[in-house]
Design a binder for this molecule. Structure first.
Ligand SMILES: [Zn+2]
Length: 392
């Protein structure tokens, strides 16, 4: 089985599904693998049609089942010192090297290799496969995918997002919102700033307010299960101005909020919007054409599944994880499934510490461990979900 998984993984790696590219080639490849086992699937296209998520159900659609979630895109390799070709799928010393090996084509390969087993096992409960696009650039594909899933099937009782967690069961992570503010003022000679509107000044005032909000979140505290144990707010970039004797007419500021589960990002965003409105008014006092435009760059909700939830224990059994369910610093699509009402856990092979880096790899032993989880999942699907919810 490991040879089959490694073969699929190498083929997945060789399709350069970087988020900036179309992912339709990798979608077509997955469709072919599913079709070879008699599993039909449907695409959930992106608004521009250049990308698609893929949705497939194996087993009875009219019963509650399990979702396995993966993303098809990978991050770029530019500027990284790779010692193996990143898009070849190189096998060396029982490891598969290549972009996406760990994040998260390894899990995808394990799932695809198990499709014949799922086809045979899903007699009492269905398995839904949900593969998204653009996860790496802010979970852009998953909202429509989750929506399409919920519209077409009986609500699933469990979703497993196979991001690399070294097969530990992850029950919670923070949510995230990232925005860009583009400030347009009015340029002018620096000797006569009263006839101009300084865009950098406005940007700095907003950045200063954001720091104040960040300090308040630290004081508010939170849950020691997270590192750091509070909601974070930070300015990632602030650009503007070109020379000292010219009032800058443009500034661009990008900021990010990473919320603790249960903390409402909307409340913080509303306060930021108040500051933005105040600064816009200040600029317009001297330049009526001035403006500050806010755009959302990415947003996804946090995940907060209970440590003692029956599904948390069930996934721990399947993954062979005997330690208490944990939390991670990185975000995933899991919060979107949870938001749709599906108990959701993150658990998959590989280590995120190796993700997004040069010479990304995954071990045969890690793929084999995930494959054992697929075997256990297949066994589970032979029984109706009411039974496993009750037993666990
Ligand atoms: Zn990932």
């Amino acid at each position: 089985m490991i040879e089959r998984i490694a073969q699929i993984l190498c083929e997945l790696i060789s399709i350069e599904s970087i988020s900036s590219n179309s992912n339709l080639d990798i979608v077509a490849y997955i469709e072919r693998i599913l079709a070879s086992s008699g599993v039909s699937s449907r695409r959930v296209p992106s608004p521009d049609g250049c990308k698609a998520s893929l949705l497939a159900t194996i087993g009875p659609v009219d019963r509650p089942g399990v979702v396995l979630s993966a993303h098809t895109d990978v991050v770029p390799v530019e500027g990284q010192a790779w010692t193996v070709p990143p898009f070849a799928g190189v096998i060396r010393d029982e490891r598969v090297y290549g972009r996406g090996a760990t994040d998260m084509k390894g899990f995808l390969a394990v799932v695809l290799a198990a499709v014949p087993r799922f086809k045979e096992a899903t007699t009492a409960a269905p398995l839904h496969l949900a593969f998204s696009y653009d996860e790496e650039v802010g979970c852009r594909g998953a909202p429509d995918l989750v929506c399409a899933l919920m519209q077409s099937v009986v609500p699933p009782v469990l979703a497993i997002v196979g991001e690399p967690t070294t097969m530990r069961v992850v029950r919670a992570h923070k949510g995230k919102v990232a925005r860009r503010l583009t400030v347009t003022g009015r340029t002018g000679h620096s000797a006569m700033p009263h006839r101009a509107a300084n865009a950098v000044d406005a940007g700095v005032a907003i950045a200063h307010a954001l720091r104040g909000f960040a300090d308040e979140e630290v004081a508010r505290g939170g849950d020691a299960a997270f590192d750091p144990p509070y909601t974070t707010i930070h300015v990632g970039s602030l650009h503007g101005g070109s020379m000292v004797n010219l009032v800058p007419e443009r500034a661009v500021l990008e900021y990010e909020i990473r919320t603790m589960p249960g903390r409402d990002a909307g409340e913080i965003l509303a306060r930021v919007d108040e500051v933005v409105a105040r600064e816009r008014d200040r600029l317009r006092a001297s330049a009526p054409e001035a403006d500050i435009v806010s755009e959302e760059l990415s947003a996804y909700p946090g995940l907060d599944t209970a440590a003692d939830a029956s599904m948390t224990r069930l996934v721990a059994e399947m993954a062979g994880d005997t330690q208490p369910a944990t939390t991670v610093a990185f975000g995933t699509e899991a919060g979107l499934y949870a938001e749709a009402g599906i108990p959701t856990l993150v658990c998959g092979p590989g280590d995120m510490a190796r993700g997004h880096k040069a010479d990304e790899w995954i071990g045969f032993d890690e793929l084999a461990a995930a494959n054992v989880m697929m075997d256990r999942l297949a066994d589970l699907l032979r029984r109706p979900s009411e039974e496993w919810i009750r037993v666990s």
